[in-house]
Write a protein that binds this ligand. Sequence first.
Ligand code: ATP
Length: 217
Amino acid sequence: MAHFTVIGLGRFGVAASLELVHLGHTVTGVDHNSKIIERYVEELTQAVICDATDESALRELALDKSEAVLIAIGEDMQASLLCTLALKNLGVKEIWVKASTRAHHTIVSKLGVQRIIHPEEEMGARVAQALNYPMVNNYLSIGHGLYVVEVHIRKSLNNSPLEQVVADARGSVQVVLVKREQEVFNQVGHDFVLQANDIVLLCGTRAELKYLAPRLL
Ligand code: ATP
C-alpha cells in the first residue's frame, strides 16, 4: 500500500483517485473548489481545499509522504505549470502531469516531469485497438514496435493445441504465459492444449499479432 496525491479533482483526477483507493492505496485529493472537495471527502483518504499554484499552501500537504503526485488540471495550463514548478521547488521526485496540448507537454517535459499523460489520445488509441482486435482485452507497447497483448480464448478454441492457434506466426510471436483461473503456465510447449477462458499473453509486432487475429476469433 502506498500514498498518492492527486491535484485537480475533475473527471480524470477523480477516476484516478478512486481507482487508487480501490487498489488499496491511500489518496489525498486536492482541489481549490470547496464544493468538489465536499463531494469526495468521504470517498478519499483525505480531501483538501488548496490552490495548487500556491507553493506555500502545497508545502503544508507534506507531499514527501506521497509515492507520486498526479497533477490532473487540464484546462488551466497556467495553473498546471505553476503547480509543476512549485512541486519541483518543493523537491517532489515523482510527478505525473495530465497535459492538454502539445505546448503543455513540451513545457512540462522541459521541467523534467517523469510521466506526461494525454488521456484523450491514449484512450482513443486503446479504443481503436479494441475495435481492430476485439479479442484483445489489453495491450502494452514495450518499444521497438513490440507489443504484449492479452487474449481471452473463446469457447470455439476449447481443446485446441496452442500450436494450431499461433501456427506459422509462432517463429516470431512469443507466448509469454497462459493463465487458467489461479494457475499460470509460463513454459508452454507446442503441444499445450488451450481451454476456453484461458488468458494468453502474446508478444510480437503489430503486423504479426494482426496476422494471428482471425485465428483467435
Ligand atoms: P476533466 O478531468 O474533468 O476533463 P479538465 O481537464 O477539464 O478536467 P479542469 O476542469 O481544468 O480539467 O481541472 C480539473 C480540476 O482541477 C477541477 O476540479 C478544478 O477545480 C481543479 N483546479 C483547477 N485549477 C486549480 C488550482 N489552481 N488549484 C487546485 N485545483 C484546481
